[in-house]
Design a protein around this ligand. Structure first.
Ligand code: ATP
Length: 291
């Protein structure tokens, strides 16, 4: 099966500053991928490189076997919903659907009409007068009705309240189940991705820190709690992701394929949010270790 996205030492520089560097990832088809990281980490940059709105400074990127935005066929395969769910404020909901039909050769008019009906949106309503949640749903509908093989969503729920976020993500999951598409979704709200994603990419300060299937990541990461210990003295097969210490106790998150046999540790599994935060905390943990 063709990989949805392959990047090899991909980098993008703005002026002298790298927004993304040394990014090597393989995303197989059929996943809902959560791209998480703090503000300014490089998420939008990576998504725009995948959508073809930006060209790489270094390295390579392939999306669904082709160069991003390399021609009409490639453009038709990828749907892109940009940050802030852009819609045209002066146009009605129906105008948006007509525009979508004109611009996209594979437009699924029935899907668009049905979804707008299910959402209870009035086709005559101007997009500028919709609520944030309704605008996000309209933008998602436009992305889905294009019938892409890959749908890229840049922080689609950031501005929504918790209920609207849940409704949006539920709609997305239903569409994924029905239409066999792959999704890459960025957010700094990791808890939202917990219910949605089965593949994770954590990006911090322009670098990919971890990537993989959520099930495998959760099975190989553990929280060790016990008497204070220097993380450098852990067995070589335990990669230290983060470490926190009090005077007497250490809490260390490790990645390992092997069982943890040391009886001094209380071992617990992590939630996806814990796991992503541990990687984001890595630099802070490194400082702790040096003290
Ligand atoms: N057009 C631009 N010109 C110069 N620098 C830019 C430009 N776009 C982004 N950057 C910088 O590149 C870095 C990565 O930005 P990017 O928007 O990709 O991050 P992000 O993870 O999507 O952030 P956020 O969560 O805030 O949207 C940041 O330091 C940002 O300031």
């Amino acid at each position: 099966m063709t990989a949805v996205l392959q990047a090899r030492e991909l980098g993008k520089k703005y002026g002298k500053r790298w927004a993304l560097r040394d990014c090597t990832i393989d995303i197989p088809a059929g996943h809902v991928v959560g791209l998480v990281g703090p503000n300014g980490a490089g998420k939008t940059t990576l998504l725009k490189l995948a959508g073809g709105q930006l060209a790489p400074t270094s390295g390579d990127i392939t999306v669904l076997g082709g160069r991003p935005a390399s021609g009409p066929a490639q453009l038709a395969k990828v749907g892109f919903v940009a940050q802030d769910t852009p819609v045209y404020g002066g146009l009605s909901v129906a105008d948006h659907l007509r525009l979508g039909a004109r611009l996209n050769p594979g437009w699924d008019a029935a899907l668009a009409r049905e979804r707008i009906g299910q959402l209870g949106l009035d086709p005559a309503h101007r997009a500028g007068k919709l609520s944030g949640g309704q605008r996000a749903q309209l933008a998602l509908t436009l992305g889905l009705a294009k019938r892409p093989e890959l749908l890229i969503l840049d922080e689609p729920v950031a501005a929504l309240d918790p209920l609207a976020r849940r409704e949006f993500l539920q709609g997305l999951m239903e569409a994924v189940a029905e239409h066999e598409l792959s999704v890459v979704l960025s957010s700094h709200l990791i808890s939202d991705l917990e219910r949605t994603c089965d593949f994770l990419i954590v990006l911090v300060d322009s670098r990919v820190l971890v990537t993989g299937e959520v099930d495998k990541l959760l099975a190989t990461h553990h929280r060790l709690t016990g008497p204070r210990r220097d993380p450098a003295r852990l067995p070589a097969d335990q990669e230290v992701v983060s470490a926190r210490h009090t005077d007497r106790q250490s809490t260390i998150i490790v990645r390992t394929e092997a069982p943890i046999l040391d009886p001094a540790w209380t071992v617990s599994l992590l939630s996806l949010e814990d796991l992503a935060l541990a990687y984001m905390d890595k630099s802070a943990a490194d400082l702790e270790v040096q003290r």
